[in-house]
Design a protein around this ligand. Structure first.
Ligand SMILES: Nc1ncnc2c1ncn2[C@@H]1O[C@H](COP(=O)(O)OP(=O)(O)O)[C@@H](O)[C@H]1O
Ligand SMILES: [Mg+2]
Length: 275
């Protein structure tokens, strides 16, 4: 190597540490091998979705990254450091993320800030901004019981964003919503995530949703789940629903479906032959 080349290489900027880095992660529940081994890297600001048959270990993986359970094997690093417990800047959203029924929308969103000891004026200001951002402007003083399921899920989303996350873990967050609300929420989520620029791990049953939202879709095979395919989604951003009819989007959807279908068929046969 010439000196010049060497210098050039040494001064090249190093790639930023990924927000998530997993190696050889496995989970076992007694005799049940639930997950892995899986390797997974999520870049800063990258949107990665996981699709796969039910029971393959998707939620288990998400909970491991969220420090809600410890893996049986493997290493988990978040933000460049081994994960030792729940992190302040990791936000988790579930399908039925609970809202607090006795608090108004804005006070639900401000709750996480309150827990962190942020003053009333500041937290209400930040909460109002987020309420606006998720499309709930005008509903600040409503109570959860006065909202639809989709609106309550928006409250949960705004609350997840309130603590300035660098990583969002979402486990089928729109799973309980009707199709139209889902589509709107997906577009909403894209706007919010683009605005705050955090990494996202998104679990969904919907192939369409995964293609619309992601930079990369990982397909997980049946239990014990490992990644059987990785599909890059090369659609320009910002994206709206119409992007799904682009040729590269339909090709991605077909490729993902072909994999899922094969897995689901094997799983179905296995279930039938079980006494
Ligand atoms: N706490 C637990 N104890 C025993 N088995 C579990 C536990 N959590 C999950 N499992 C099993 O591990 C497998 C993966 O579960 P899960 O991660 O919830 O799948 P997915 O989210 O892909 O539907 C399933 O077979 C499930 O029954
Ligand atoms: Mg699950």
């Amino acid at each position: 190597m010439t000196t010049q080349m060497k210098e050039k290489r040494d001064s090249a900027p190093t790639a930023p540490t990924p927000i998530v880095q997993l190696e050889g992660v496995e989970q076992h529940f007694g005799p049940v091998h639930a997950l892995g081994p899986v390797d997974l890297t999520i870049g800063r600001g990258e949107f990665v979705s996981i699709v796969g048959p039910s029971g393959c270990g998707k939620s288990t993986l998400l909970e491991i990254i969220g420090a809600l359970q410890d893996p049986a094997r493997g290493s988990v690093e978040v933000d460049g450091a081994p994960l030792t417990g729940p992190r302040r800047r990791t936000a988790i959203v579930f399908q039925e993320s609970a809202t607090l029924p006795w608090r108004t929308v804005v006070d639900n969103v401000a709750f996480a800030l309150e827990v962190r000891g942020i003053g009333r004026k500041e937290r209400r200001e930040r909460a109002r901004e987020l309420v606006e951002l998720v499309g709930l402007g005008g509903f600040e003083n409503h109570y959860p019981a006065q909202l639809s399921g989709g609106m309550r899920q928006r409250v949960a989303m705004a609350r997840a964003m309130s603590t300035d996350p660098d990583l969002i873990l979402a486990d089928e967050p729109f799973g309980a919503l009707d199709e139209q609300t889902r589509m709107l929420m997906a577009e909403e989520l894209l706007r919010v995530v683009e605005r705050i620029g955090c990494g996202v791990l998104f679990i969904t049953h919907s192939i369409q949703e995964s293609v619309l939202l992601s930079d990369r879709v990982l397909v997980m095979g049946r239990r014990p789940g490992t990644f059987i395919d990785e599909v890059p989604i090369d659609l320009p951003r910002p994206r709206m629903h119409a992007a799904l009819s682009e040729p590269s989007a339909t090709a991605a959807q077909e490729r993902i479906w072909a994999q899922i279908r094969a897995e689901a068929e094997v799983a179905m046969v296995a279930t039938r032959s079980t006494p």
